[in-house]
Every structure is written in C-alpha cells, then in structure tokens.
Design a protein around this ligand. Sequence first.
Ligand code: GLY
Length: 423
Amino acid sequence: MKTTLFNPKKSVFFSLIGLTALITTTAFLCRSAKEELIAKDFTRAEKQYKLMLKTSTDLNQFPRTTKKDGSIKGTDVWDWTGGFFPGGLWYIYEYTQKPEWKAAATKWTEALAQGQFLTQHHDVGFVMYCSYGNAMRLEKDPGKLAKYRKILIQSAESALTRFDPKVGLIKSWQAKKSWDNKTTWQYPVIIDNMMNLEMLCYVSKITGNPKYRDVAVSHALNTIKNHFRADYSTYHVVDYAPGGVALHQQTNQGYSDNSTWSRGQGWAIYGFTMMYRETKDKRFLDAAEKAADFYLNHPNLPADKIPYWDFNVGQNSYKPDWDYNSRKLSYVPRDASAGALVSSALLELSTFSLQGKRYFQSAEQMLESLSGDGYLAQTGTNSGFILKHSVGSFPHNSEIDVPLIYADYYFLEALLRYQKLKG
Ligand code: GLY
C-alpha cells in the first residue's frame, strides 16, 4: 500500500502559491471596488451636470449654490467661485473623454475671460486657474492654448497688483471691519489665499520669469509665520501693519477668533501640499503634515471624517463676536466642501509624506463617506449639484447646509487623484 508522506518542501511551495493567489484576488477585488466607486460617482456627476447645463444657460451666471426655491444661484466673473463650474466640467471630460464635456468646459471657461483683470480681491487664482489651468492641461489646439496662456499671464499680473513687498503677502480683501466691531483690518490676509499661489507657480514655469513664484514663496513663508497656532490649527484672518507686522489674528467665517474654521484648515493642508510640490521646500511639507495631523487627530472630527463647519462650535472658551444663537439651528452642520478639498489634498500629500499610507487611507475614507447617500445627491435632485451639505459662511447666515460648487469641484478632483494612485 502506498503511503502519503508529508513533504515539507512541497507544502511550503503550495502554501506560497495559495498566498500569492489570495493576495492577487484580494488586490483585484479591492481595485475593482475602487474603480466601481469612481465610475459610479462620475456617472452621477454626468447626470447631475447635464441637468445643471440645461437650467444654467446664462454664461454670465456661474453656478454656485441653490436658492431657497431650489433654483440655481449663480455669480458673475468678479466673485470668487466662477472657475469651479468650468473646472468641474473639465474634470468630467478628463474622466469620460467625451467631446460633449469638452465643449461645455470650453464654453464656460471662455465665458470667464474677463476674470483675468480681477484685482478687487485676491481670488483671481481660484477663478482663473481652476478653469484655464485645467484647460491648459486638457486642450490640444495650439491656437486656443496660446490664447489661454496669455489670459493666465495677465491673471498672474492681476494677482501681483495686490502684493506689497514690504508686507510680503498678497492682500486678500480691502479694509474691512472684524466681528468685534472695534477692529478695522487694513491689510487682511486669509488662509484661503494659499490657494491662489498655484497659478503664480504655473505662470513662472510657462514664462520662465521667477517673479510670480517668488511672490508665492514669500506669501507662503509669511503665512507659516503668522497663520498657524502652536498646535498647527489656523487663524482665518491675519491683518498686517504697513511694515509687515501681524496686528490681528481673527476670524471672518469661523466660530470665534480662537477656533478652527474647517475649510480654512483645509485650505492650509491643500495650499502647503501644493507649495511643497512646486518648490520641494521641506518647510511647506512640514506645515502641510502638521495641519493635516491637527485635522485628522481632532477629537471633534466625526467618524466619517467630514467635519462640522468649525471644529469648536459651542465649546467652552470659544466665544463668537457675532450672535450665534440668533441663527436658531438645532444641529451643527457639516461642511462637505471641507471634506472634499481635504480628501483631495491628502491624496497628494500621501505621495510626499513618510506618513503617506495614513493620509491615503483617511482620504479614501472621506471619499467613501462623500460617495454615500448622506452626501451624494440622488440623480435629478439637489438642483444638479453633486454633493449636499456644505456651509458657505455660518456667521454671515449665508449658504448654510446647502450644495456648493467648490465642494463638487474638489470631490471630482479627489476622485481623479484617487484613480491615479495605487492604494
Ligand atoms: N474662500 C472663501 C471660502 O472658502 O469661503
């Protein structure tokens, strides 16, 4: 009779084959789950933005949010949000490669041309780079590219008109009163302004002239100095004296001067990650990581990682200078726009940082949350916007728990970044 003897070599061999097969199958299943999520979200985005294109026909009204009656509220070229709708259309084109999306993106981008002369506030970078910057990446026609290039150079010139070398930062707004009603900011700079620097770095690259990038670096270094607290949470507004001394550190859209406005923290994570990509200056990577760690480790970050509109609403020792109770809201709204932009930022940060895995996994979790029924609009609802539940400015009683076009933009961007990364 033949007896089967245990052969340790053979056994190890077969175990290894089994393990490899298991790993390959798991990797395949994971990859397809990820691809499925991305495909599902872009299918939804296409349906929603088809609706948006049907209802938004005035090319001087760039979709931003909804009105109470459910109709779309648009803004003109001179506000800060005009670039996001064209940018979102470019992202849908990038994913689908369908000519109809390119045609829509081109039409809405070109409608923004006058924005190159925007000097009334700092947001020319948001407006022109989210639109024309994406057009430069995805357009192939040399005639159009030459036209867009000129527009972006003029946009960067417009941004530079707001830079005073003695202060070393781009001024965000004209003089403005703070909520305490005592302080008038003369040279206010907000953390959001970090987002205008990407266009400056880009224009230095295409022109070979370092002056735009130098301004971006100066702005970012001074922001590190004055916008972060010791724990790497952020002030929303820093007001400067003519010589560049920081006079006031306060808030405009957050809960209180010492609180952390969630989207502002998001702008910091995104802006410093981007500045590290552009310069490889380790100080920017360090700032991005510390700002991200503050956000991710915060005890008040909900389990789905989509933040409340401010991390400190109603907490002891955070006292607003505006009347919070008059808003009469029985819950603290989330801000999906902050969640979307942080998710996009963390995906990029994950490619630079030694803690990359943690950032990637957190971003993935945020995208899963945003892709669920809680945030992702059902087809045909939400006036065509993709995400629900964002907050524009709670203290101004404006755009509370509504869809916002920039939430959609950073969500689509995050999905594209997610698609390109191995996780
Ligand atoms: N940049 C303005 C805002 O984030 O609301």
